[in-house]
Design a protein around this ligand. Structure first.
Ligand SMILES: CC(C)(COP(=O)(O)OP(=O)(O)OC[C@H]1O[C@@H](n2cnc3c(N)ncnc32)[C@H](O)[C@@H]1OP(=O)(O)O)[C@@H](O)C(=O)NCCC(=O)NCCS
Length: 184
């Protein structure tokens, strides 16, 4: 693959559809969150490796909120699309929907963003092709990814700062508002 030539996300889009069988259920009879996470990881890998033509690893996952439970017997579809590329990293947006085949009802269970990194034969990060933005949606997703990356960086800096400057009075004030009992 020519890594200098931009590739559109339409060339690497992947959809995985899987039937939710009883062995995927948790004690409450709903589909286990881990099953969905594993499928999301698969679709992220397939999408990122299609874009880069390389072996890829998952580096981080940005927010997984399961908005609605998934039932046994439903058909879950996971759609992966490359939203952003850096040098060796790619952000894959994944939309998960679940369909009740009897009623035809479709629900959106979550949208998450997986950062994947392409690796070369030497197991080191390797450059991936740029992303060709062909639609307004492509541009919106790319720009949103830039903002999300910036937010994650600022959030990490904020937490680092808080850890450095722990104020005992502020800690007391915070804990006083919470449902906890201090035993030290
Ligand atoms: C991710 C990994 C390849 C980074 O290796 P590294 O030698 O530190 O490489 P770099 O610092 O150059 O980072 C490579 C890219 O990853 C990105 N990256 C690294 N850590 C990241 C994080 N926590 N979140 C988002 N992106 C991250 C960097 O921004 C960089 O992106 P770019 O090339 O597009 O600019 C390495 O830490 C690794 O192999 N981790 C294990 C991944 C794995 O096994 N996943 C499966 C989970 S069991």
């Amino acid at each position: 693959m020519d890594i200098t030539e931009a590739r559109p996300s339409s060339l690497s889009r992947v959809t995985i559809t899987e039937l939710m069988i009883p062995s995927y259920a948790n004690f409450g009879g709903k589909i286990h969150g881990g099953i969905l996470l594993s499928l999301m990881d698969k679709v992220a890998y397939a999408t990122a490796s299609k874009h880069s033509g390389a072996y890829c690893v998952t580096v981080s996952v940005d927010t997984v909120n399961f908005l609605q439970p998934v039932e046994v017997g439903e058909l879950v579809s996971l759609m992966g699309s490359v939203n952003y590329v850096g040098n060796s990293s790619m952000i894959v947006g994944i939309k998960v929907i679940s369909e009740n085949v009897k009623t035809g009802t479709v629900k959106h269970t979550n949208t998450s963003y997986f950062t994947m990194v392409a690796k070369g034969e030497d197991d080191k990060p390797t450059t991936v092709p740029p992303l060709r933005l062909e639609t307004e949606t492509d541009i919106r997703r790319f720009v949103e990814a830039i903002y999300r990356k910036r937010f994650v960086r600022e959030h990490a800096d904020y937490l680092k700062e808080i850890k450095k400057n722990r104020d005992p009075d502020e800690i007391k004030r915070l804990l006083a508002k919470e449902r906890c009992e201090v035993g030290v």
